[in-house]
Design a protein around this ligand. Structure first.
Ligand code: COD
Length: 314
């Protein structure tokens, strides 16, 4: 797999590949040096299954931090051979998160993953000023969705970390996402800033932020992408809806990335993609010193594996 900085990924035979399938992340990850993943509170069957699959694919090795007796019990149940896996016993999930974070800080692992620990506790360990993984920029979440109803992968940000981002924080969330697209070989992703309508309405703050972000992109304050908004969801993803409304846009109907106004809108959209839209997601947290895999209990096994692959592609 070769990456260039055009809007395509090329395989080893020189054939052009478009980011249509999450499997691309496995290929990219395999083309890079193998990484080690530190799993916080690893005593969770779906998480251990994903780690075992990722190890089988050859994309990572693992250090498991958590309740050792539970980890061994689950591993036996799912036939996960732990002979090459380091286990650090820590039964308190918040403390296991801090240990896993420390392993990444010391570069004993290059990817961090959440296991059976509350999201907020896990994120707090990462954000901790003393022992955390901050590098002076905003941390944000991105999910890449493979949907049978869309012609390519589509990403969504931020549906899990920042609760009610300000305009400034939205710029930082966008910059994190754009950097990820560039790393994946997509030079100029099309970004739709979502709102309820495609016109600016002073009573709807999301439309004001969207218009400002669009202008900031036009004035090169936000670079490396094409931003348009406000766009309602239908305009962002459907060419037909775009024509019907007479919207002239380089982004509408062909978005690579959707920026949501807040965590509620984003989380509902994310879960509706997977529950009603049969989409599979690969998701990580960006902006820390290392990529962080934070999957939801509701995510499928393939989704968890693809999230590890995405982190290993980083
Ligand atoms: N990036 C970088 N630094 C941050 C970020 C961020 N996204 N968020 C907070 N910080 C810094 C602050 O500047 C501050 O220095 C420190 O971290 C603490 O910030 P607070 O006071 O906002 O911390 P908390 O503990 O109140 O909140 C942080 C959480 C991550 C817990 C909070 O933002 C949260 O609950 N997010 C949603 C998590 C969630 O439930 N997701 C559900 C979907 S899976």
């Amino acid at each position: 797999m070769l990456l260039n900085l055009k809007s395509e990924v090329w395989n080893n035979h020189g054939e052009k590949m478009i980011l249509k399938s999450l499997n691309t992340f496995i290929e990219i990850a395999k083309s890079k040096p193998k990484k080690k993943i530190a799993v916080a509170a690893a005593e969770d069957q779906p998480v251990l299954e994903a780690v075992a699959s990722a190890m089988k694919e050859g994309i990572c090795d693992a250090i498991l931090v958590g309740c050792k007796s539970e980890i061994v019990k689950i591993a036996n149940k799912i036939n996960f051979d732990l002979s090459n896996v380091e286990i650090l016993n820590e039964e308190i999930p918040a403390q296991a998160s801090r240990i896993a974070v420390q392993l990444v800080r010391e570069n004993k692992a290059q990817i961090l993953m959440k296991g059976l620990v509350g999201t907020a506790d896990f994120l707090r360990a990462i954000l901790d000023k003393e022992i955390g993984l901050r590098k002076g920029q905003l941390l944000s979440h991105i999910g890449f969705f493979e949907s049978p109803n869309y012609h390519k992968l589509i990403a969504l940000t931020d549906v899990a970390q920042n609760i009610a981002p300000t305009l400034e924080e939205k710029v930082a969330i966008l910059n994190n996402a754009i950097d990820m697209f560039h790393r994946l070989g997509i030079a100029n992703p099309k970004v739709a800033v979502l709102a309820a309508v495609e016109t600016v309405n002073p009573k709807m703050p999301a439309t004001l932020d969207a218009a400002l972000l669009t202008m900031m992109n036009k004035r090169k304050q936000i670079k490396g992408c094409i931003v348009d908004g406000p766009l309602a969801f239908d305009n962002a993803v459907s060419e037909e809806a775009t024509h019907h409304k007479g919207i002239v846009s380089d982004v509408a109907g062909d978005s690579d990335l959707l920026l949501v106004p807040d965590i509620e809108a984003g989380n509902v959209l994310y879960k509706s993609f997977t529950y009603f839209g049969n989409a599979v997601v690969a998701a990580i947290i960006l902006g820390a010193t290392a990529p962080i895999v934070l999957t939801s209990r509701a995510d499928s096994d393939r989704s968890k594996l693809m999230s590890i692959a995405l982190a290993a592609s980083y």
